[in-house]
Design a protein around this ligand. Sequence first.
Ligand code: TRP
Length: 355
Amino acid sequence: MSGFKQLVFSGVQPTGNLHLGNYLGAIKKFVALQESNDCIYCVVDLHSLTAQLVHDDLVAQTRSITAAFLASGIDPKKHIVFNQSRVMQHAELAWIFNCVARIGWMNRMTQFKDKAGKDRENASLGLLAYPSLMAADILVYRATHVPVGDDQKQHLELTRDIAQKFNNDFSARIASLGVGVPMQIGDETVNGFFPITEPVIGGPAARIMSLRDGSKKMSKSDPSDLSRINLTDDADTISKKIRKAKTDPDALPGEVAGLEGRPEAENLVGIYAGLADMTKEAVLAEFGGRQFSDFKPALADLAVEKLAPVAGEMRRISADTAYIDAVLRDGGERAGTKAEATMKTVREIIGLLDN
Ligand code: TRP
């Protein structure tokens, strides 16, 4: 039981070009969720500064992610699409969360450990505090559901920890101001100001792997372009990459258990399932026993059918930067109104002078 109004929030960083993994793992879910939820989708430009501070094309990349959202069918009038830095309340709440969260929590984040590498002392403070800004993105709207890829699970757990600690630390003030919302924690019903956000993870295409190595995630930083399908690839390129995708010599199994230990086969079946909105079971019911020489052309046709129109729309929308900027401006205004309403109460809860 939760008295919070259901609201979906997610963010995508404006770094590099989007590929099939981003599309199936995130954007396609965003599109599906907008049918029956209020949704806020954000291009998180402030987060991208943790990867690269001095940037020549942050604006272009912000527009390109926005174009991908719109080309995939996200409706910016019914929902909200904007870039994070326009709504300064994200940074304001992140600061407060920096004072709620503990350094030990941040140090345990596997993404921080990976990105900081060996020389942790020399990583930016921003990279360490990244999850705190992410929690602020979500909680400044008091969002209840967050669709993300598998790799963001730990960050969402931290978001829950921050919400819970804030609700606990300020429980007396939340009660005296009467701004709490009833929610279930274990067997207890308590009043909190921030919801305990649910991740929306999973589906057959939650983890799309490299087309050249089934043990590595599909990634924009892989030096081989053959390892990924970019959202901007044309039909011939998509077909060629699928034809050249690494496979093993065996036929496809009839059941999902038979994909065990066959990462490349599992990946291609997952991609088919994700694109066709089928389960892996259903794909194998159709293709079990067939060779890759049969399956790959079917997958290539499906990928071209589903992705080529998105790529075409992306090219068309990308040419109209005035339109993209107007969408982001309008979304930013609507998001800003909601974020400021939350922050007014947060300032009150904390006891900051704000009049
Ligand atoms: N960290 C996310 C990623 O790299 C991006 C992100 C930032 C995000 N803020 C968010 C995702 C809020 C969901 C909700 O994919």
